[in-house]
Design a protein. Structure first.
Length: 164
């Protein structure tokens, strides 16, 4: 005599379909987050994270991260071309400075002057091409617009987004 063994389980096919749908939604959300991180939209570097403002061969050229994290350090490199070499005076717009804290400027400026709508730095330059590195920390999240320029000369506008 042979006996068939069976497992008796309650099937709830409607619940199972809802669970599968929820799993697909979760996988899609996680996939979108991974793609955003790879592109640089989470403030941790990536293809879309780095940006430039101004002309590379012009008097003012800025390299910066388009997407940064609030509270984390971000680096901006300002490139200036000024004839003749000696002292170069450049400025950063006040609205941008209201949203960030400048932690360091390299090379160290000779003087820093506060004007009505900007902060003016004076740096000794041994050559006509000068690269200034700023370490900044964003104090709030959201969109930040800034402008950098040479006193009495051209300027370059840039936009950053700080995320959580």
């Amino acid at each position: 005599m042979s006996r068939k063994r069976t497992i008796e389980l309650d099937d709830d096919l409607a619940f199972q379909r809802k669970e599968w749908f929820g799993q697909r939604i979760g996988i899609a959300v996680l996939s979108l987050f991974v793609i955003a991180a790879l592109l640089g939209l989470t403030g941790s570097g990536g293809v879309l994270s780095h940006a430039t403002a101004g002309e590379r061969d012009g008097a003012v050229y800025v390299e910066y991260d388009r997407v940064v994290r609030r509270g984390a350090k971000a680096t901006m490199t300002l490139h200036f071309h000024s004839e003749p070499p000696g002292f170069i005076q450049f400025w950063i717009s006040a609205p941008y400075l209201a949203d960030v804290q400048i932690d360091s400027v390299s090379p160290v400026p000779q003087t820093v002057t506060v004007e009505e709508s900007r902060l003016v730095y004076t740096i000794r330059a041994a050559s006509p091409d000068v690269a200034v590195t700023l370490e900044v920390e964003h104090k709030r999240w959201g969109r930040h617009e800034g402008e950098v320029g040479i006193v009495g000369g051209p300027s370059a506008r840039f936009r950053q987004i700080s995320v959580f």
